[in-house]
Design a protein around this ligand. Structure first.
Ligand code: TRP
Length: 459
């Protein structure tokens, strides 16, 4: 007997899915992760390889996730189960949905800590008079576990409030406010960088590929970044796909989301690098990179290098907060999509109301997040996996293993196990050549490409 699952409703209008999915995709990964990986991996060559990963692997998997989600209109766990049963396959395929939810709880746990730090930096950068060095500001902000915990809590509560209000009154309403705001702030930052920063240097850094720096790590890092940035393999996009109206075309919508996500990553690079390059005026691009690496290319690029540039420049107390508001807005429209799949599952199964589901799952993430808070201070020497601290271990488990595993299984399921007639029903009138190309990529290229990320973890 089929259970009668509670319906979540659908997005109103054609653009809401695009807004919500772009909101999910555009986040800390674009505005902070992309620029620092590009900086670390040789600039233009990385950017080019990243484009290919988005196009050849990310996009086909995004189509698959939306397709499976929309077909059933349910959370990823039930969506996978229904698609498997209708294809006469084992309902155990629902495990893909479960690993996604575990990955989501873990990703949200540290995402919220970093996003909380961004919230905190809105105030730090507004109050900064340039007397205290950026490095010291960063240490002050991260040495106090109470401070980090406070901002982690604020961010988690914001996420919880949006998701518990539901699809129409929560997520849909929020992305309609947040996304235009994000677009506006980003364009403002790029224009500022264009007028006041070393824009040409940034352009040549991002767009003139130097293949001498490319090795297999560059590919793996680009593919991992593409996966994280498109929110794939964890159920965010599948859950949002469930609310997409039936008449909407999946292929062209996916192309819009992936293009907007890539555009934002590039624009973020064009906002950040001109400011950094002009701060290190007189140095060549390579010398600047060496300097940047001294501050640490991870959190350092935004919270130390960029923050010192803000401290140093005219109107920095105004531009700095705008940048950190931009980062916080982007993070919030992503974190709601990380929480949604689990909440959708608990509430459609009528295990808990939507509100209670959101409270339970975000509380779980919040508690696990305390470990990441402490990894900046009290536990900075505590190694969890290998020589990784708590935060990096969560990233290792969830982002570098569970997320690609989920993506690979989705590709294998749709490429080899799902009935083709069901797929064609959902895709509608698609150009037969485009369909064949998509089939080829989803059957072979995507599973092998993503499999390489997983295998590389073993060495
Ligand atoms: N894509 C977002 C970013 O770039 C983060 C994100 C949202 C995500 N949902 C996800 C990452 C699901 C992995 C899986 O910041």
């Amino acid at each position: 007997m089929e259970k009668n699952l509670k319906s979540h409703g659908t997005w109103i209008g054609k653009w809401t899915f695009v807004l919500a999915a772009t909101g999910s995709a555009v986040g800390l990964g674009n505005i902070w992760g992309f620029p620092y990986k590009a900086g670390d991996e040789g600039g233009g060559a990385f950017v080019l390889i990243y484009f290919l990963c988005i196009l050849l692997i990310g996009l086909p998997i995004m189509v698959s996730e939306i397709l499976i989600g929309r077909r059933s209109g349910t959370s990823p766990i039930n969506a996978m189960k229904i698609a498997a049963i209708d294809s006469n396959r084992s309902p155990a395929w629902q495990l893909v949905g479960w690993t996604g939810i575990i990955a989501g709880v873990l990703i949200l746990s540290f995402y919220s800590v970093i996003a909380g730090l961004c919230l905190n930096y809105i105030f730090i950068s507004a109050a900064s008079s340039g007397v205290i060095e950026a490095q010291t500001q960063f240490e002050n902000a991260t040495q106090s576990w109470q401070g980090l915990l406070f901002w982690h809590s604020v961010f988690m509560i914001l996420t919880l409030l949006v998701v518990s209000a539901g699809i129409k009154n929560g997520i849909e309403r929020m992305v309609k406010i947040l996304m235009p705001m994000l677009g506006f702030l980003l364009v403002f930052m790029v224009m500022y960088a264009m007028l006041n920063g070393a824009f040409n240097k940034a352009l040549s850094f991002l767009f003139s590929p130097d293949f001498s720096k490319v090795n297999t790590d560059t590919f793996l890092s680009a593919l991992g970044q593409a996966f994280f940035s498109l929110s794939l393999g964890m159920g965010s996009i599948m859950a949002y796909g469930a609310y997409m109206p039936k008449k909407q075309d999946i292929g062209s919508t996916s192309v819009s989301v992936a293009s907007l996500d890539t555009l934002v990553a590039i624009l973020a690079g064009l906002a950040i690098f001109p400011i950094l390059f002009s701060f290190y005026d007189g140095f060549s691009i390579d010398e600047t990179l060496v300097q940047l690496k001294e501050n640490g290319l991870g959190p350092g690029i935004v919270f130390v290098s960029l923050a010192s540039a803000f401290n140093d420049m005219q109107y920095g107390q105004f531009i700095g907060p705008i940048f950190f508001i931009l980062l916080s807005v982007a993070a919030l429209s992503s974190s709601i999509s990380i929480l949604e799949p689990g909440v959708a599952f608990l509430s459609e199964e009528r295990i808990l109301s939507r509100k209670k589901s959101a409270i339970v799952i975000s509380a779980l993430s919040w508690i696990i997040g305390i470990g990441s808070v402490l990894s900046f201070n009290l536990w900075s020497n505590v190694k969890i996996i290998g020589d990784k601290n708590f935060l990096d271990s969560m990233d290792l488990i969830a982002v570098q293993n569970l997320q690609p595993l989920g993506g690979m299984l989705i590709a294998i399921f749709i490429g080899w196990f799902m009935k083709e007639s069901l797929i064609k029903d959902e895709l509608g009138s698609i150009n037969p050549i485009v369909y064949k190309i998509w089939r080829f990529f989803i059957k072979l290229v995507a599973p092998i490409g993503v499999g390489c990320i997983l295998i590389s973890q073993l060495f």
